[in-house]
Ligand binder design. Structure first.
Ligand SMILES: CC(C)(COP(=O)(O)OP(=O)(O)OC[C@H]1O[C@@H](n2cnc3c(N)ncnc32)[C@H](O)[C@@H]1OP(=O)(O)O)[C@@H](O)C(=O)NCCC(=O)NCCS
Length: 193
């Protein structure tokens, strides 16, 4: 049981081993895999699943219906959507409850990365190792290893294995892929970016 006044982790959350949590996090009814890091001001709703060795950066919202596989990077302020036509009330003016709408699902496959400020609409599948550009609005499925950007997000190009640090055996210079600013951060900050 985690005792920290700055964390709201309900008792039904399934936390894996060595999960790293920043402060001001709200988790309920969700599942988080081993060695995953969650940044500050992240909310993860019931029935959402985040895999192992993922990084979820600060201010991101992961709603019910979202499944994130292992080794996924989620940037800052990423928003997932699970209700395409939301309404506050029914025709008779009563406030809608869970019984009045149904959750739509989203799948983020292994090794994908989602840039900061992206919005992921409901009913999409983001393919393995795909990269979503910062600020994109993803409206359709994203193929594996595609780099997409824009609103609506479209494919810019495909990742070459030889340029991808996730490819087994490929060793890239961190400065060349992350830029100078990231490599000069203290290691703890880097891990929860
Ligand atoms: C999408 C991304 C991976 C593309 O990188 P890239 O392949 O090196 O692309 P380039 O910079 O060569 O840009 C290619 C084109 O896409 C456009 N573009 C790049 N990123 C874009 C984005 N996020 N949204 C809209 N257009 C974008 C460029 O303006 C350029 O357009 P042009 O051909 O008309 O000039 C990168 O720009 C990005 O957004 N990464 C996410 C970073 C992030 O959020 N990190 C989170 C933690 S810090």
């Amino acid at each position: 049981m985690i005792q920290d006044p700055y964390l709201c982790i309900s008792s039904d959350v399934k936390l894996g081993e060595r999960v790293r949590l920043s402060r001001f996090i709200n988790l309920y009814g969700c599942e988080i895999g081993d060695d995953t890091g969650i940044g500050a001001f992240v909310e993860i709703q019931k029935k959402a699943r985040v895999g192992s060795r993922c990084k979820v950066s600060s201010h991101t919202f992961i709603c019910e219906g979202v499944v994130i596989e292992n080794e996924v990077f989620i940037g800052h302020g990423v928003t997932f959507i699970n209700d395409t036509y939301p309404r506050a009330t029914n025709g008779d003016g009563t406030v809608q409850s869970d019984a009045d709408w149904s959750v739509q699902s989203t799948l983020v496959k292994r090794g994908a990365s989602i840039g900061s400020g992206a919005t992921i609409l409901a009913n999409v599948v983001i393919g393995e190792r795909a990269i979503i550009g910062a600020g994109s609005v993803v409206t359709k499925d994203v193929p594996a290893k595609a780099i997409v950007a824009g609103n609506p997000a479209t494919v810019l190009r495909y990742i070459e294995d030889s340029c991808d640090p996730m490819t087994e055996g490929v060793q890239l210079n961190v400065e060349s892929i992350e830029g100078h600013a990231a490599s000069s951060l203290p290691s703890e900050e880097k891990s929860l970016r």
